[in-house]
Design a protein. Structure first.
Lengths: 396, 323, 323, 396
């Protein structure tokens, strides 16, 4: 066979609801009901309010660095809506709060995390959610492992892992895609292409025309979707879930969305991002489009809007209170969760709050009183029960 | 009682534990049909099937990263990294992910896994097949680091590692793999992580080491006529059994630490620091370190020149004794 | 003479060296238009162009691995790793490739590069943005490890690092980035790698530290009335200036080492081991280590509890003095 | 744009000389001359002999582990022939001796390397060749850096990096492909798909149908070639060189070849490789095919064959002698090449050959004589001049 084509691929793009709120009815068939869209839109409002308030918390010094989700609500909610709550497992990176809230994560957990409190990662056991991760790309491998475990145990469970455009450059992403396809793991790789990795635009991140085509390297089914379109995101995720449940292994989704805010509160996108680009993106805001759609179907109006905004404000206010009222963690916590059983030497460090040997064994000099420990409040369990801020209403 | 070498003892422990606990999955490069490049997993795929003994793609980060996911999901992965020189690509997943899993989630997620890794020099292997990075992992809170020096210990320690609720790196000294056989009971037994062994008792000097250096130390002791040496095989690098060391050095007043890794920042530094902290008034001489030099592990023509041997250990002991 | 903070001093050194040597290329995530997340490379892309200050894809192994190639080909790369917590993915290229390049080729290939990395805690940063992995790299033959504690030293050390014919990791303590300004000459000067600084002279106890802990130590000394303390800022972790330490401890008879990293296997162990080896007969008390605890670096609500502070250092000194 | 194709790709396969030695004349136009093929075939014979003798050295305990190239001669020589000697830079992994020899590497360097001697990596400065590497995948990044440097300095230089099918699973491979394409580095990624990564067959290494398609993830031109066909390998490499020199950036080549031997001398492929598979591959041996072709054109016959074999035997015999006669390296070498300038503490270790402090400073006890150092032979430079075993005859 001297010269011949041995491989061929096409990649499709899907949009169902356009930026003007117009729906492609035929493509929309069997996707989201009116009630679904209304409820998801209400979630969007809540999440946007959460973002705003989190931003203020940081600015007023009550919270550390925070990455807003602003602009990516449809991508995260549309995809998460296609998963079964408490069954299908969500592995986030750090920007997909709406998906986690939809699947039941009490909202103050996310605030706690960014307030520098590990208890924000102590996800309640009844939820199928992994904690936020900070090292870009690493979580994709964990997600593959979780999906693989489900396959090994013959559980009917699909995993979705979220990551950004920047994450596709990491070695871990590559190894995860490869493992998933070789192992036929029931997993969905959802790439939230928001145009930027901090200050690096997609054009400097990759020379490929789409992120979707990265999946071809692994023989993995792949598609590009309008990430600001709830319908398209729901549909492509649903297809991927169905494929995985039928034993078809992993899928890749590139969600074309946009980061409407700075990278995080520590960033100033004004330094690198063209103003026109942002302006154009604002026109594709998923909240605007979803509202137009609902209004076009007479399911929404200005009054409902302000009612929803009021409700969101009240809810988030409460969430912020809860997060702020969580008692400071005990110093003991830094020692108590290193291992299931504490090695003797570490116990000594905990007991004395010293690492110097004389300080740890004052009998050596017989002079220094041991340091008084602070009164302790213990981590974890209690918090879980607070259960505040669960905005979830997805049927199981 | 069967006489087994290190490879056989580890293979036995793996197969007994897999039999006992069906959450265990072995994964790594060439661990399946090929039985691992050292044959440590020989026969296991045949016995337990392709789902439980898995040949992975050539991706060390992938092996450890997916193991973390398996562990989080309730499995008990036993990943193999083919040689210690290939731990590098997995360093991030081990140190920044696996080791912190319990701590960063306040116990909501845990990461029970046993990472098996052949370690050390002396077998005329190519580059990156003869290193000794144990100190790196001992400096990583959340990890336990184990290194048996003999078949009997290997079986008992490996079973403890596999049952441990936290991540354990289990280093297997390549040089010992086939070097000798000893009685290894078929019956189940464990050796606790964190307990050193006193290999030989003595009164004049404490010699502390681990892994393949145990037999070099035994030779050195054999050749030393002038003194009575207590040899401690750490077996676990972290958490280190400081009590056993302190007791011994309090008695002998002198200590020499031996390891293959370069001296600067090696685990010998920690042992030396601990001894002078805890036995200050008993010490008759400074704690001595007989270790690899502060150079990249040489290719094999010069590996003998790099590695501590009985002669160098002997001189170290003599000088310490005469101080 | 301009008063500069640490960020300013490093920026100045970078721009002067780039001006002098057109083989220099800066590469890393967000180092270009954005000037780095700490603004350390601010203005450099504008001044030297997009070919010499390069925003790379999000790939730490890629950043170091391509830097190795650049260096082999005669360039002088200065890669930036955005935070020490992201050294992990580059560990293999640094430790197993860059550090061994000269040795494994008997000098035929070399790898002159300066890896700039913000390090350490205390700024309320998120996870993996507050670690102190210097001991890991100090245990890597073939690497030099530098960590300035002040703007003046940073400029001189960075220039030395850039001109060094071998790979250097240049750790920049984040907590010092903006903490104070001092006179930093515009004119060229270098500070040799491998020379510690005596920050304050004293006779009763030697306090040894590096990086952001220097100012905690100064505070602790301020608060200590009963004794005269000699403070040594290592500045270079490897090769460590053992002579300066030995001279001081021979005089004072007591030593305390302070660092942010966890105690076990931290570089304090090496310092402690060296001191007891070289100053055995002068020591009046065991060398003490006041360090981070053997736990994963906590999230920021508890980072103060983890990090050594003036009070903990003070207690360490007092106990050592009273021993 | 509701649903549309946004990406399309085809991958071609090229074969010019088939397993029976039949040439596709039209595709062959402008590739290798008769003289080229004859000379390359003679190289093949030499390299096969090298492999055999290296194998024997290992088996008789005179050398450590050795990976044979056997079966991959056309893939390495065909590609390397398309590069300009001393200009275009070769970055090997550990199995591509023929390419290195063709570009002038004295053959005993490779033996020295596997005899556990770093001096085998001290490549003479006039050659554009990197030393062998052992950590799979890592060298791909070094190669990109070297190519990038060429671009920055506007040098007319192309880099080729070799790696196996297994290497495509590493994170470093992925990062290298991405960097190369983003940086438009003048580099050729040559994947020597020999069917196996030790005991792992390609089907367990990746779920993709070809390795060539992995390049699509980076928008990189890519092709699959018959790796046992000198003409095809020359042609696809030549095209890639031309593209790179014209500023077109990187290219990917999948060379379909086969590992006729064990993975290394430490391996026993009998444990995992089906006998029929090997038997079939023997039929595609590049030496057989090239000889048939030459014989068909009356450029070769049995007499020439035995003459060439004799010559190869004599040459390799000499190479082995040279390698074995290289004096043992000096212990000092392990200290002398860690840094350009030796730190004082390391100098003390070198001087005393001790790490224990008392041993390093015997004055502390005043009893022990310092250890005598062995007489030293120094590394590097001298060897380079030996210049033995250069079988290269490629025009610059
Ligand atoms: C391994 C690693 N390297 C660097 C960073 C620093 N960093 C944090 S976010 C980020 C950009 C991520 O971009 P992308 O994946 O597109 O996600 P986005 O923030 O745009 O949602 C970088 C470089 C990190 N967190 N992890
Ligand atoms: C990072 C790394 N992991 C593991 C190994 C051990 N190892 C040596 S060769 C090899 C297989 C390589 O396969 P491939 O890339 O196809 O090259 P081939 O040997 O087939 O030419 C493995 C796993 C290694 N050398 N480097
Ligand atoms: Mg992004
Ligand atoms: Mg192969």
């Amino acid at each position: 066979m001297p010269r011949q084509t041995v491989y061929h691929a096409d990649i499709e793009y899907l949009q169902i609801l356009d930026a003007e709120g117009r729906l492609d009815e035929s493509l929309a068939a069997g996707t989201l009901s009116d009630a679904d869209v209304k409820s998801l839109y209400e979630h969007m409002i809540v999440c946007r309010e959460f973002d705003d308030q989190a931003f203020k918390l940081q600015r007023s010094g009550r919270m550390g660095t925070f990455p807003q989700n602003k602009g990516q609500e449809a991508a995260t909610l549309g995809s998460a809506r296609a998963l079964r709550k408490g069954i299908d497992h969500i592995v986030p990176y750090y920007r997909e709060n709406p998906a986690l809230f939809l699947h039941g994560l009490p909202m103050h957990y996310i605030l706690l995390h960014w307030m520098g409190d590990e208890r924000g990662n102590a996800i309640p056991r009844n939820l199928a959610i992994n904690p936020l991760g900070l090292a870009i790309g690493t979580q994709t491998l964990h997600a593959v492992g979780i999906a693989w475990a489900a396959r090994l145990r013959k559980e009917d469970r699909v995993v979705i892992v979220y990551f950004g455009d920047g994450a596709t450059s990491t070695g871990d992403f590559h190894e995860a895609m490869n493992f998933a396809s070789v192992l036929k793991a029931p997993i969905i790789f959802c790439c939230l292409n928001n145009g930027w990795a901090i200050s690096v635009p997609c054009g400097k991140q990759t020379a490929s025309q789409t992120f979707a085509q990265k999946a071809l390297a692994y023989g993995m089914p792949t598609i590009q979707a309008d990430g600001n379109d709830l319908f398209a995101m729901y549909k492509v995720t649903r297809d991927a879930v169905d494929r995985a449940r039928a034993g078809g292994g992993p899928s890749f989704i590139e969600a074309m969305t946009y980061r409407l805010g700075d990278h995080t509160t520590a960033d100033d996108a004004g330094r690198y991002r063209p103003a026109e680009e942002l302006a154009a993106a604002v026109g594709r805001d998923p909240l605007v489009r979803t509202r137009k759609y609902l209004e076009g179907r007479n399911l929404w109006d200005a009054q409902r809007q302000s009612a929803a905004e009021e409700k969101a404000k009240a809810l988030i206010h409460e969430v912020v209170q809860v997060a702020q009222n969580v008692p400071k963690p005990a110093t003991a916590d830094i020692f108590d969760y290193v291992f299931a059983e504490m090695p003797e030497d570490l116990a000594r460090q905990k007991r004395t709050l010293r690492t110097d040997s004389i300080g740890q064994d004052p009998s050596q000099i017989g002079l220094n009183p041991p340091i008084e420990k602070e009164p302790e409040q213990r981590a974890g369990a209690a918090l879980v029960d607070a259960g505040c801020g669960d905005i979830s209403s997805v049927p199981e | 009682m069967p006489k087994l070498d290190l490879v056989g003892a580890i293979n036995l422990a793996l197969s007994q534990e897999m039999q006992r606990d069906d959450r265990i999955v072995i994964l790594g490069e060439d661990v399946g049909l090929n039985g691992g490049v050292f044959r440590v997993t020989d026969g296991l795929q045949k016995r337990f099937g392709c789902d439980r003994v898995v040949d992975t793609p050539l991706s060390e980060s992938g092996i450890i990263g997916t193991s973390i996911g398996l562990a989080m999901a309730g499995m008990r992965p036993i990943p193999e990294i083919q040689f210690e020189g290939f731990l590098g690509p997995a360093y991030d997943q081990i140190v920044n992910q696996a080791a912190r899993c319990r701590s960063r989630t306040r116990g909501a997620f845990t990461c029970p896994m046993t990472i098996r890794v052949p370690i050390g020099g002396g077998i005329h292997a190519p580059e990156l097949h003869s290193d000794s990075p144990e100190a790196i992992y001992a400096h990583t809170p959340g990890l336990k680091v184990v290194m048996p020096s003999r078949p009997y210990d290997a079986k008992g320690l490996l079973i403890s590692a596999i049952r441990d609720p936290d991540p354990v790196i289990f280093f297997e000294p390549k040089r010992v793999y086939r070097s000798f056989k000893e009685d290894v009971p078929e019956a189940e037994y464990t050796i606790p992580i964190g307990k050193a062994a006193i290999v030989s008792e003595g009164t004049d000097l404490t010699l502390i080491t681990w892994g393949a250096m145990v037999s070099e130390c035994l030779q050195a002791i054999d050749q030393l006529e002038e003194a009575s040496v207590e040899l401690i095989d750490l077996r676990t690098i972290y958490p280190v059994d400081v009590e056993t060391i302190v007791q011994s050095v309090t008695k002998t007043g002198r200590a020499v630490v031996v390891h293959e890794a370069p001296r600067t920042g090696g685990f010998g530094a920690e042992i030396s620091a601990l001894i002078q902290e805890r036995c200050f008034l008993s010490l008759q001489a400074p704690v001595q370190r007989v270790t690899g030099f502060d150079v990249a592990m040489p290719y094999y023509k010069l590996e003998k020149q790099y590695l501590p041997d009985a002669e160098r250990i002997g001189r170290g002991m003599v000088d310490c004794l005469r101080y």
